[in-house]
Design a protein around this ligand. Structure first.
Ligand SMILES: NC(=O)c1ccc[n+]([C@@H]2O[C@H](COP(=O)([O-])OP(=O)(O)OC[C@H]3O[C@@H](n4cnc5c(N)ncnc54)[C@H](OP(=O)(O)O)[C@@H]3O)[C@@H](O)[C@H]2O)c1
Length: 353
C-alpha cells in the first residue's frame, strides 16, 4: 500500500514547555487510527515519548506514524490486542499517561460491545497496575446525546448521558457500546483509584494523516461523487480532528482537569453543510435538495463547550474544518486520479475527477 503525504496548514505547536515534557511517556491505544494519529503527531511535536499500540504494527496502514517528526527518536509501536491483558500491560508499563482511543467504530453489536467495554476495563486496570498519572478516555457524543426524553431546548453538556435502552431499542450499537464503555471506565477507575478524564467528541472531521479513510470522514465524502442526490433533514455537531487531539493533551496537562469534556465546535443542518461545501468546491455534484420537503427544517441543538475553553481550548471554526477535510481528500484524489474508499464491512465509493 502507498503512504500518501500532502500539504496541510498546521499551527505551530512547539512551545517553551516542551523541555519539561522530555522523558514523559504517553501510551496511545489504536495509534494508527484517524484521531489517534493526530494525538501521536502532536505529542511528538510537544516533546513527549509515545508508545503507540495497534493490533498489527507491520500493517502498511500504520506506516505514516514512522514518518512523523520525532518518530525515529521517540515513538515505539507495540503489538497489542485490547482483549489481551498481558500485551496491554506491557505497553502501558513505564508510561506517565494513557490516551485510550482504540475502539471499534461499527453498529455491529458483536464487533462493537465486547472490545469497547472489556478493552476499556483492561486499559484502566493495566494503568492502575503501572501507576500512570492520568488516563484519558476518548468517549463520544454517542455516550451523551441519545436521550429521547431530553427537552429539545435543553443545553447538552457534560451532565447528559445517553439512554441505554433507547440505544438498544434503536439498534444504535455504536452509541450503546461507547456509553457502556464510558460507564465501565468510570466504575473501574473509581475502584482502582485511577485519575480518569474523559473527552466526548462529536463527529470528527479534518485532514487524514493515514492512507485509509475512517467512518466519520465518509459522512461528507458521500456528497462528492453524485451518488447522494439529496441531503437529510437533520443536524450534526462537528469538531476538527486536530482540536480533538489537542483537547486530550490540554486536559492531560491541566492538573485540575476532571470529569468529562464535551468536544464540539458547532452544530449544522445538512443543508448548511452542503451549501458550504458547494461554495468551496463548486465543480462537484454536491446535492442542493432536501430529502424531506414536508416537515419543518430540523433545529440545531444547543450545547456547551465552555469546560474545554476554560482549560485553554480554541476551536477551529466548523467551516474551516469542512474545507480542510475535502481539500485534503481531493489532494489525494488528484494525486491518484481516482480513489477508492472502503468502509467496513462492504461499502465502496469511487470518487473520480
Ligand atoms: N471519528 C469520530 O467522529 C469520532 C467521534 C467521537 C468519538 N470517536 C472515538 O474516537 C476513537 C477513534 O475514532 P477514529 O475515528 O479515529 O477511528 P478509526 O480511525 O477507525 O480508529 C480506530 C482505532 O481503533 C482500533 N481498533 C478498532 N477495533 C479494535 C479492536 N477490536 N481491538 C483493538 N483495537 C481496535 C483500530 O486499530 P487497529 O489498527 O488495531 O485496527 C484503529 O486504530 C474511537 O474510540 C471512537 O469511538 C470518534
Amino acid at each position: 500500500m502507498i503512504v500518501i503525504s500532502f500539504t496541510l496548514y498546521l499551527p505551530g505547536l512547539a512551545d517553551s514547555s516542551s523541555l519539561s515534557r522530555q522523558g514523559q511517556a504517553i501510551c496511545v491505544t489504536g495509534a494508527g487510527g484517524f484521531i489517534a494519529s493526530w494525538m501521536v503527531k502532536l505529542l511528538l511535536e510537544k516533546g513527549y515519548t509515545v508508545k503507540g499500540t495497534m493490533r498489527n504494527p507491520d500493517d502498511p496502514k500504520n506506516a505514516h506514524l514512522r514518518e512523523l517528526e520525532g518518530a525515529k527518536e521517540r515513538l515505539t509501536l507495540c503489538k497489542v490486542d485490547l482483549l489481551d491483558y498481558e500485551s496491554l500491560k506491557e505497553a502501558i508499563s513505564g508510561c506517565d499517561g494513557v490516551f485510550h482511543t482504540a475502539s471499534p467504530v461499527t453498529d455491529d453489536p458483536e464487533q462493537m460491545v465486547e472490545p469497547a467495554v472489556n478493552g476499556t476495563k483492561n486499559v484502566i486496570i493495566a494503568a492502575a497496575e503501572a501507576k500512570v498519572r492520568r488516563v484519558l478516555f476518548t468517549s463520544s457524543i454517542g455516550a451523551v446525546y441519545m436521550d429521547p426524553n431530553r427537552n429539545p431546548d435543553a443545553v447538552v453538556d457534560e451532565s447528559c448521558w445517553s439512554d441505554l435502552d433507547f440505544c438498544k431499542n434503536t439498534k444504535n450499537w455504536y452509541c450503546y457500546g461507547k456509553a457502556v464503555a464510558e460507564r465501565a471506565a468510570w466504575e473501574v477507575a473509581k475502584e482502582k483509584g485511577v485519575d480518569l478524564v474523559v473527552v466526548n467528541p462529536v463527529l470528527v472531521l479534518g485532514p487524514l494523516l493515514q492512507s485509509t479513510v475512517n467512518a466519520s470522514i465518509i459522512h461528507i465524502l458521500k456528497y462528492l461523487n453524485g451518488s447522494t442526490k439529496t441531503y437529510a433533514n437533520s443536524v450534526q455537531a462537528y469538531v476538527h480532528v486536530r482540536d480533538v487531539a489537542l483537547a486530550h493533551i490540554l486536559v492531560f496537562e491541566t492538573p485540575s482537569a476532571s470529569g468529562r469534556y464535551l468536544c464540539a465546535e458547532g452544530v449544522l443542518h445538512r443543508g448548511d453543510v452542503v451549501e458550504i461545501l458547494a461554495k468551496f468546491f463548486p465543480e462537484y455534484p454536491i446535492p442542493s435538495k432536501c430529502s424531506d420537503e414536508k416537515n419543518p427544517r430540523a433545529k440545531p441543538y444547543k450545547f456547551t463547550n465552555q469546560k474545554l475553553k476554560d482549560v485553554g481550548m480554541e476551536f477551529t471554526p466548523v467551516k474551516q474544518c469542512l474545507y480542510e477535510t475535502l481539500e485534503n481528500f481531493l489532494n489525494m484524489v488528484q494525486y491518484f486520479g481516482k480513489f477508492l474508499i472502503c468502509r467496513d464491512p462492504i461499502e465502496l465509493i469511487i470518487v473520480s475527477k
